[in-house]
Design a protein around this ligand. Structure first.
Ligand code: NA7
Length: 896
């Protein structure tokens, strides 16, 4: 290997280094680089790894500060590709120290003889794509340049420390250390006055140990963080037993989990638990000392909903207050500005208790910002700290720093990666970038990486990349490049995913907010490890969707498109349903279908509490109809919304859209009366329509009795219920009342024509199928009646109808008839607002607690209903509103 590097060419008599020719060049010899080298070599590629350090280890080589440890349990934090390797290594602790992790990586390098292909102390100084040769040329600061077909950056996410951004650092006469570049030789702090700036993971891990040595320690904190006690010790017996009992199953579960650690998905939501039950769950998590556990296992809404999160954050804050004796210090250490988990929480040993020591002072930079670093110490707005040592634990230019800032990367047509990423990183799958053929990133922005167990993500990324290179070689392809369309689609999917979690509500290195001037946006993939893996697999299964492949003697291949067009949670729901391999609902027969729906509804998470629920009955045209009334907790009287459930005029009842009614009751601050209209085939057309109208009329005449506000009512409905709501408005106009202030039509049936494109595009695969719609129509309405406006309101007279809010979903057979109704209403002079929900399916808005991305749509619906009722916008309530408030805190903090 070394011979190849120093080989010389003497053709022109001068001594010149040759260019090292390899199939694949890798940068970085950490977890990712080592596994890449192993896999590439096994796959028969000639390879070289370039590494700036003088040994393997990557981030674990550089981060040698006191207390540096992993924060994923060691039984989960290692390579799993070789069971023999797993058997050959024993971790000594639940969370290993940096030296032990470094020893492990050295052990791996030795075991597979990896060092012989690694050029240490070699930094890449530039990477240029040569379109003619279809190869990358890498120049280095040490030895031969490298020409390679493929260039893989295994540079890590947290390996480019960010500058301290504080004036005067150079003036300081004492010792300066950076946690991310800690010296190899022992740093003696005993008896010294030390300042630590920064309270992220590095600060929180090192501060207790520094405090034990230093004469005095001043901790400069800008943002308080949540830190969970690690309770380090031996590997926990229960986890080890799980692994030992079924190693393959355990590892496989991790690969398909959300965070790369095999924990189940929680289904119980916070409001289903009492205060005592929540506290019990929290205490268990506190004792477990496991970040992934506390981040995922308390209740299902903890990471997706501001209210669910706040319950957990408050329990956490109690712990901080209890651990720190001085109330003012405790308060300064308590985080309020971000949801728990939105900023990376830390794992600590004695962190909070350290502030009870007499030699430790907390300096709250929110109250006294650092003005400058002087020759003798740190000057804040209020005082001066003379110190001997300053430790910067100020973090990294995360995710993009190590890729973009380390060396210029020039792709096809002279494109510079820094320019392409000037407004934030753009990637396809977090692995590739359009315009940069044959360039791959391991754990790049757009991949789950730092939001997961890195070991699991790294193995997945590396396996996917090496498998693709192997397949390309076999097929005769020499280049691979993501298309612009695929990349834009990934950006949209990333943005959709970021609505699922609360990460966007904090100023963190996940969003680039820690580096002044850096473009902001959630950089890691928030959709989870398992879903990400399935997407990467789907790209392959769909013929390398979104990639252009070319080779010298094969036809170019480009299967362009977006890999995920569904909202991420819709995709999960549909995949789950597909896995259940249910027969078509219509095959159960109408009674069987009703039983199925009832069973399905019973398995749903309970809806959120409202003020009161009252069941009753009202007179219909042909006997009593039952109803369920949802009353807000706020003082009444409230406007009334008459609601019609979905179910194709055949299925469901007044309780079957319970979560939707509860949610809308809370968001609108209005009474929802869900009407149990009669169903087909027992009662065919026009029974449901006439029931809807009669119920609305009765409710409008009995508003006071129902606790409602006098005056016009509103109507709303989903699917066939949307049809009934629309028809009711037409009948009310034509039959002399009641007065209706507005109509909310969610994915309504509006017409009997089946030839609109959405009936074909979305005929199957999106739960509501075309054949199910045919079946509903057949059961409800004979062909001769179908053009009657009481079932096809699109064919009715539309002028003079109440204002409408019409919701349609992209992946719904009913999409186009809903859009047609909105257009026709508008043409008839009816005020119409429309929500065309991208990536959603027919049930998105009623699956309240499963499809989180539908929240913003319901917020819009509620606002529209309030406008129709003449109410001001809802001042509080609703998580989106709260999210908005948090977001403005964030902006204020950023401005501050
Ligand atoms: P982090 O988590 O980015 O923490 C850096 C800390 O330094 C954080 O408290 C910052 O406050 C603070 N900081 C950064 N710049 C300044 C300036 N200029 N003045 C004052 N304070 C500053 O980095 P870590 O190395 O601790 O951890 C990185 C990851 O490594 C960690 O999440 C684990 O995944 C492993 P801020 O919060 O920005 O207000």
């Amino acid at each position: 290997m070394q011979d190849a590097v120093v080989a010389v060419s003497t053709l022109d008599g001068t001594r010149k280094e040759t260019v090292q020719q390899v199939d694949v060049a890798v940068v970085g010899a950490g977890f990712a680089g080592l596994y890449l080298l192993y896999r590439l070599r096994k796959a028969g590629f000639t390879t070289v790894t370039l590494e700036e350090a003088d040994d393997v280890g990557g981030t674990w080589y550089w981060n040698r500060y006191p207390g540096a440890r992993c924060d994923i349990q060691t039984i989960d934090y290692g390579f799993t590709f070789d069971p023999e390797l797993e058997g050959a290594w024993r971790w000594s602790e639940k969370y290993a120290t940096q030296p032990e992790i470094l020893r492990y990586l050295g052990f791996v390098a030795d075991r597979y003889d990896l060092r012989r292909d690694i050029r240490f102390r070699t930094k890449v100084t530039a990477a240029i794509w040569d379109q003619a040769k279809q190869r990358w040329l890498l120049t280095t600061d040490n030895g031969a340049s490298v020409s390679c077909r493929h260039y893989i950056m295994a540079t890590g996410c947290l390996s480019s420390p960010k500058p301290p951004e504080i004036d005067g650092v150079k003036n300081f006469k004492g010792e300066v250390y950076f946690t991310g570049r800690w010296p190899h030789e022992e740093v003696k702090l005993a008896g010294k006055r030390v300042a630590v700036i920064g309270t992220g993971s590095s600060g929180i891990q090192s501060i207790p140990l520094i405090a034990e040595q230093a004469a005095e320690l001043a901790v400069f904190q800008r943002t308080p963080n949540f830190a969970l006690p690690a309770h380090n010790g031996p590997v926990p017996g229960d986890r080890k037993a799980l692994l030992d009992n079924d190693r393959t199953g355990y590892r496989e579960q991790a690969r398909w989990s959300l965070a790369g650690v095999p924990y189940p998905q929680q289904t119980v939501v916070s409001w289903q638990l009492s205060d005592a039950e929540r506290r019990e769950r929290f205490e268990k998590a506190w004792d477990a000392g496991d970040l992934v556990y506390i981040l995922t296992q308390l209740w299902a809404d903890q990471a997706v909903d501001v209210d669910g999160n706040a319950l957990l954050a408050e329990l956490f804050r109690d712990k901080i207050r209890a651990a720190v004796k001085d109330p003012e210090t405790a308060e300064a250490l308590t985080p309020y500005d971000h949801p728990f988990g939105a900023k990376r929480p830390c794992l600590d040993t004695n962190y909070y208790a350290t502030f009870n020591r007499p030699n430790v002072t907390l300096v709250n930079l929110r109250q006294e910002p650092i003005e400058a670093i002087t020759t003798s110490g740190i000057k804040t707005g209020k005082r001066t700290f003379d110190v001997d040592v300053i430790v910067f634990a100020t973090g990294f230019d995360a995710m993009t720093g190590a890729i973009m800032a380390v060396h210029p990367i020039t792709g096809r047509g002279g494109k510079s990666l820094s320019e392409v990423w000037a407004n934030g990183p753009q990637t396809y799958l977090g692995l590739t970038v359009a315009g940069f053929p044959n360039l791959f990133m391991i754990t790049g922005p757009g991949s789950p990486s730092v939001l997961s167990n890195m070991a699991v993500s790294i193995e997945q990324h590396v396996d996917w990349v090496v498998d693709r290179l192997t397949a390309m070689r076999e097929a005769g392809f020499a280049t691979i490049e993501a298309t612009e369309a695929a990349q834009a689609g990934w950006a949209r999917h990333m943005a959709d995913c970021s609505m699922l979690t609360l990460h966007r509500l904090a100023n963190t290195w996940y969003t680039g907010a820690n580096v002044p001037g850096k473009a902001q946006g959630v950089m890691p993939y928030t959709g989870g490890v398992g879903p990400y893996r399935s997407i990467c697999n789907e790209v392959v299964d769909r013929g390398m969707l979104g990639f252009m492949l070319s080779g010298p003697s094969v036809a170019e291949q480009c299967n362009d498109g977006e890999i995920v067009r569904l909202q991420p949670d819709v995709r999960l729901v549909l995949n789950m349903l597909a896995e259940m391999k249910l027969p078509p609902i219509e095959s159960f027969g109408f009674q069987g279908a009703r039983d199925f729906v009832a069973q399905f509804n019973a398995s749903r998470p309970a809806g959120r509490p409202v003020g009161e629920i009252v069941d009753g009955s009202l007179p219909g045209p042909d006997g009593a109809l039952s109803y369920r009334l949802y009353r807000p907790a706020t003082p009444g009287p409230h406007p009334i919304v008459v609601y019609f459930h979905g179910g194709g005029w055949v299925l469901g009842d007044e309780q079957s859209d319970d979560p939707f009614c509860r949610d809308m009751c809370r968001r609108t601050g209005m009474i929802f009366v869900s009407v149990g209209y009669r169903h087909a085939p027992e009662y065919r057309f026009p029974a449901a329509a006439e029931d809807g109208y009669a119920a609305t009329r009765w409710i409008a005449e009995h508003t006071a009795e129902l606790g409602g506000q006098p005056g016009p009512v509103l109507v709303a409905g989903w699917s066939a219920g949307g049809n009934i709501a629309a028809v009711t408005c037409q009948l009310a106009r034509d039959r002399g009342g009641p007065k209706i202030a507005g109509q909310l039509l969610v994915c309504p049936v509006t017409d009997c024509r089946f030839d609109r494109p959405s009936y074909n595009d979305n005929a199957a695969g999106y739960f509501l199928t075309r054949s199910l719609m045919y079946w509903f129509w057949d059961l409800y309405c004979s062909p001769a009646d179908r053009t009657d406006p009481r079932v096809s309101p699109l064919r009715g007279k539309l002028a003079g109808l109440p204002p409408a809010f019409v919701v349609t979903c992209e992946f719904d057979p009913l999409r186009d008839e809903g859009n047609a109704y909105a257009e026709a209403l508008t043409a008839a002079g009816v005020p119409v607002e429309q929500l065309q929900a991208r990536g959603h399916f027919h049930s998105s808005f009623t699956m309240v607690d499963m499809v989180i991305t539908s929240v913003s749509g319901r917020v819009q619906m509620a606002e529209a209903l309030r406008r129709f009722a003449g109410l001001p916008p809802q001042a509080t309530g609703g998580d989106e509103a709260r999210r908005g408030q948090l977001a403005s805190h964030k902006l204020a903090a950023a401005a501050g």
